[in-house]
Ligand binder design. Structure first.
Ligand SMILES: NC(=O)c1ccc[n+]([C@@H]2O[C@H](COP(=O)([O-])OP(=O)(O)OC[C@H]3O[C@@H](n4cnc5c(N)ncnc54)[C@H](O)[C@@H]3O)[C@@H](O)[C@H]2O)c1
Ligand SMILES: [Zn+2]
Length: 386
C-alpha cells in the first residue's frame, strides 16, 4: 500500500462488517463550506441537531451552523455539552436527547457531532438511542477524533465507576474532516493523536515503520500533506483489522495495544490519553520482550518511534508505586475475553512489528503480573531508579 497522495484530500469509504460510511477530509480552503453543505444536503434530512462544546472555536461552530441551515428545510437544533471526562456521562446523553426530541426532532433528523471525542461519544450514543437510532454525522475538530475515534463504531460514556462503561455500536453516515478546524489545537493534542498513529504502525502495519519514523515530528508541527498521509495511514490500518471485526472483539483488540497499562496511567492522572498509551506501549513492549516474544531490536524500534511521536519524556513520578498502577488493571475492560488466570494480566502482546500474539482467536496474551511490574519499572522509571 502507498501513502503518497495524488490530491491533497481524502475520499474514502470505510467498511466495517456490514457498515459503510463516507470519510472525507479536506485541506483548509474557503470552498470547503460549499462542499460540506452539498454533502449534508444529500442526506435528505428534515433538519440537523448540532451537538458541540464551548472549546470549539466560535467561527467553526457558526460556519457549520450556516451549512446545516442551508442543507435542510428545518432550522438546526443546537445543543451544547461540556467536553470533559466528568461530563461524558448518561446525564449528558439524556440532556442532549431531551433537547433534540423537545425541539421536535423526527426520524429524518440527523445528529451532527462537532468537536472532539467527548462530544462525538455523547452525540453518538444519543443518536443510537433517540427513536432507537437516528443518523449521525461526525465533524471532528481534534486530530485524535478525526484519525482515531470516528474510525470506529464504538459510542460510550463514563459510568460512576469507570471510563466508557456505558455504550453501544453506532455507525455514522458521514465523517467530514476540515484540516483548517485543527489549526487552533494545542500541540499536545497533535502529539497525543500521533501516539495513536505510532500504535497503528507498531501493532498493525510494521511495514510502514521506516516511513513513519521519517514522518514523525517531535515538535508536533505537521504540514497539511503529512497530516493527511498520517490520517490515511490510521484509516487503512484500522480498516485492516476492523473490516471483518467491526466490534473489535477478535483481531481488532490489537487496537488496544498500550491501553492496558496506559489506561491505568491515565486513570491515575499521570498523562493525557495519547501520552498514556505511548507509555503503555513501552511497558507492554518490554513485557513482550521479557516473555521472549519481542526481539530487543523491535523493542528499540518502539522506543525510537514513540519518542518521535510523543516529543517528550514518558517517565512516571517516584511517588506513584507500581502496585498502585497494577491495582487498576483488575478493572480492565478486556477482562473476560480469555479464561481468567489469577496472577496474569490480559493484554495485547507483539511477536514483532505488526504481529500480535493470538490466543483463542483474539489479539490477546496473558502475562505474569510480576513481568508487567518489571516492565513498567524498567521502561518508565527515570534511569537509575528502576
Ligand atoms: N472509539 C472511540 O469511540 C474512541 C476512540 C478514541 C477516543 N475516544 C474518546 O474521545 C475522548 C477524547 O477525545 P479528544 O482527544 O478529541 O478530546 P476532547 O473531546 O476531550 O477535547 C479536548 C479539548 O479540545 C477542545 N477542542 C476541540 N476542538 C478544538 C479545536 N479545534 N481547537 C481548540 N480546542 C478544541 C475541546 O473543547 C476540549 O476542551 C475520550 O473521552 C475518549 O474516550 C473514543
Ligand atoms: Zn486510545
Amino acid at each position: 500500500m502507498t501513502f503518497a497522495l495524488e490530491t491533497p484530500a481524502l475520499n474514502r469509504e470505510i467498511q466495517f462488517g456490514p457498515h459503510r460510511y463516507r470519510y472525507l477530509v479536506r485541506p483548509p480552503a474557503e470552498e470547503n463550506w460549499a462542499e460540506l453543505t452539498r454533502v449534508l444536503a444529500e442526506l435528505g434530512a428534515d433538519r440537523f441537531a448540532l451537538v458541540t462544546d464551548d472549546g470549539v472555536p466560535a467561527g467553526i461552530r457558526e460556519g457549520v451552523l450556516g451549512c446545516l441551515a442551508s442543507a435542510a428545510p428545518g432550522e438546526p437544533i443546537l445543543v451544547g455539552v461540556a467536553a470533559d471526562e466528568k461530563a461524558k456521562s448518561l446525564d449528558a446523553v439524556d440532556h442532549v436527547m431531551a433537547e433534540v426530541v423537545g425541539h421536535g426532532a423526527t426520524r429524518q433528523t440527523v445528529y451532527v457531532a462537532l468537536g472532539g471525542g467527548c462530544v462525538g461519544n455523547i452525540a453518538g450514543l444519543a443518536a443510537h438511542l433517540t427513536y432507537r437510532g437516528l443518523r449521525l454525522v461526525h465533524i471532528p475538530t481534534t486530530l485524535l477524533h478525526l484519525s482515531d475515534a470516528v474510525v470506529s463504531l464504538k459510542q460510550a460514556v463514563n459510568s460512576g465507576v469507570g471510563k466508557n462503561h456505558i455504550g453501544a455500536f453506532h455507525a455514522p453516515v458521514l465523517v467530514w474532516g476540515d484540516l483548517g478546524f485543527l489549526e487552533s489545537l494545542p500541540v499536545d493534542e497533535i502529539r497525543c493523536a500521533m501516539c495513536e498513529g505510532a500504535k497503528n504502525v507498531l501493532a498493525i502495519c510494521g511495514d510502514r515503520y521506516r516511513w513513519a519514523l521519517e514522518h514523525l515530528r517531535p515538535a508536533g508541527d505537521y504540514p497539511v500533506e503529512e497530516l493527511l498521509a498520517w490520517i490515511e495511514l490510521c484509516v487503512v490500518a484500522k480498516s485492516a483489522v476492523m473490516g471483518d471485526d467491526p466490534e473489535e472483539k477478535y483481531l481488532g483488540i490489537v487496537l488496544e495495544y498500550g491501553h492496558t497499562v496506559g489506561h491505568a496511567l491515565e486513570l491515575r492522572g499521570i498523562f493525557r490519553h495519547g501520552y498514556a498509551i505511548a507509555a503503555g506501549m513501552l511497558a507492554e513492549g518490554r513485557a513482550a520482550m521479557e516473555m521472549g516474544w519481542l526481539s530487543p531490536a523491535d523493542m528499540q524500534a518502539h522506543r525510537e518511534l514513540i519518542a518521535a511521536a510523543a516529543g517528550r519524556q514518558l517517565t512516571i513520578p517516584d511517588n506513584l508505586a507500581t502496585d498502585e498502577i497494577l491495582s487498576v488493571l483488575d478493572h480492565d475492560n478486556k477482562l473476560g475475553y480469555l479464561p481468567r488466570r489469577r496472577g496474569f494480566v490480559d493484554m495485547v502482546q507483539l511477536t514483532g512489528l505488526g504481529r500480535p500474539v493470538i490466543t483463542n482467536g483474539r489479539a490477546l496474551a496473558q502475562v505474569p503480573v510480576e513481568t508487567v511490574a518489571y516492565a513498567i519499572d524498567a521502561e518508565l522509571r527515570p534511569r537509575g531508579t528502576a
